[in-house]
Design a binder for this molecule. Structure first.
Ligand code: SF4
Length: 464
């Protein structure tokens, strides 16, 4: 891919033009295409919108129909053009190969997208798609008939056997199916029914993309002497920041009543990351740089005014003199609100940014406990805060151990707000943004007012 400076016409990849919407793209080769810097960014942002939508929907409790509908809408709006689809995939590979966290995020969302598209294909379209993977071959009807006895043993009823197409795949690509005896083996090939093809394709897609990302990250040295790299590198860097900076959650019209005076008492409505910062602030009577930034922006997003933020931090930074506070810390708080420096304003960090950001060192309180604490520390913390019962905590930790940090956080919300699922839409974005968690908790309190008493001494807003 060649990036040109001008805003002139780009030439589409011939391969992309040929590929109709009826097959999925396996992104085997990067396109040979000239593209303007403007389009480079626009294409990548379009794909990011789709990937972020996938990430967002995964943590929301939506029906599979709604899930499909929303992703289809997003794909139609952003990636219906085959060239944009292909080019944007390769741009984001370059951008998201740069760290393990970014690779993991990109791989997870791309695999979902691939799987989603596969599910939307008809039988013929699926057969056409797998032909691209030369080693997965549909077997002809006469071979199917010849192998009927062996193939019907794959737990297929006679009706299912008659209706299904079968494929032959090198057995190394179907090791799971071989291990669970869900295929018929002959001469180095595994014979599988169509219903299993999808899982093989998805796993192959995932493995290949994962390998490509690692190779790319090893080869990805941007020389400052290469003028093209110099133009593109800041864009690539910015694109990976886009993902983590995109959500500028604020209090979104929900009056949270957060002020310097109420903040301590309202900590019960904060997600674990922010409660740790609040507790750390109280214990240490100060917060280090990343903690001030993470917590300060969260408070701003939750509706605290700049004047109140100055008051709040000054009161808590009781080990520094008023003069030192004004000199060393007040500027940073005004800066967060866009009142100092060049940048207009800073947005609160979303979960992805916190999870992928700097891990806390000793004495730090920033980060995401679900991501950055080991299992034992997290278990003790949940216990100390009396979040749910033993089984609830096990359920939360099960998500953590699978690397589903945001789902663990969402589970925490459900446990602390037992009737939340009955309140339509209240949990929107919980698990994606700390400010959404806080807003939802305050809304829950307001909606259930009278039924539940919130006490600042209690450790969770609605702890059982
Ligand atoms: Fe905070 Fe998000 Fe981690 Fe929850 S998942 S603790 S809201 S960073």
């Amino acid at each position: 891919m060649n990036v040109v400076q001008s805003t002139s016409v780009t030439s589409a990849s011939p391969k992309a033009e040929l590929r109709g919407p009826s097959t999925v793209n396996l992104y085997g080769e990067s396109p040979h295409i000239e593209i303007t810097l403007d389009d480079f960014e626009v294409y990548a942002l379009k794909r990011l919108k789709v990937l972020r939508k996938i990430e967002q929907l995964k943590t929301m409790r939506v029906t599979s129909e709604l899930y499909k509908l929303k992703i289809d809408e997003s794909i139609k709006e952003n990636l219906s053009d085959a060239t944009i689809d292909e080019v944007s995939h390769f741009i984001l590979r370059l951008s998201y190969c740069q760290s393990e966290e970014l690779r993991r995020w990109f791989l997870a969302q791309e695999t979902y997208l691939f799987q989603h598209r596969l599910k939307g294909l008809s039988k013929d379209q699926l057969a056409k798609s797998v032909r691209k993977y030369a080693q997965i071959k549909p077997i002809p009807g006469n071979e199917k008939d010849r192998l009927e006895k062996q193939l019907t043993k794959l737990s297929l009823s006679p009706g299912e056997f008659a209706a299904s197409n079968f494929y032959a795949v090198p057995f190394q690509q179907a090791l799971d199916l071989v291990a669970s005896r869900q295929c018929f083996l002959s001469k180095g090939y595994a014979y599988i029914p169509e219903s299993k093809v999808m899982s093989i394709l998805v796993s192959k897609f995932r493995t290949e993309l994962s390998r490509e990302l690692v190779l790319l990250s090893n080869a990805n040295s941007f020389s400052s002497e290469d003028p093209e790299a110099e133009r593109v590198y800041p864009l690539l860097k910015n694109l990976s920041n886009c993902m983590v900076n995109h959500d500028s959650e604020d209090h979104q019209g929900v009056s949270t009543g957060l002020t310097a005076a109420t903040a301590d008492g309202m900590a019960v409505h904060m997600p674990l990351c922010m409660r740790q910062l609040q507790d750390g602030l109280k214990a240490d009577k100060k917060l280090k740089h990343w903690g001030r930034l993470q917590y300060g922006l969260f408070l701003k997003g939750a509706g605290m005014s700049m004047e109140d933020a100055l008051l709040f931090f000054q009161r808590h930074f009781s080990i520094v003199t008023g003069e030192k506070f004004q000199k060393e810390y007040a500027y940073g708080i005004r800066h967060m609100y866009g009142k100092e420096g060049k940048r207009a304003s800073y947005t609160p960090y979303n979960c992805s940014k916190i999870i992928m950001g700097n891990a806390p060192n000793a004495g730090d309180h920033h980060g995401c406990p679900y991501r950055h604490y080991d299992e034992q520390s997290l278990r003790s913390l949940l216990q100390r805060l009396k979040i749910g019962n033993e089984q609830d905590r096990r359920n939360i930790l099960a998500h953590k151990s699978k690397g589903d940090f945001q789902l663990a956080c969402q589970k925490h919300f459900e446990v602390a707000h037992p009737k939340a699922l009955a309140h339509d839409g209240i949990m929107e974005n919980v698990g994606n943004h700390p400010n959404a968690w806080f807003r939802a908790s305050v809304q829950y309190r307001d909606r259930t007012a009278g039924a539940t008493t919130v006490s600042p001494e209690k450790t969770g807003p609605m702890d059982k």
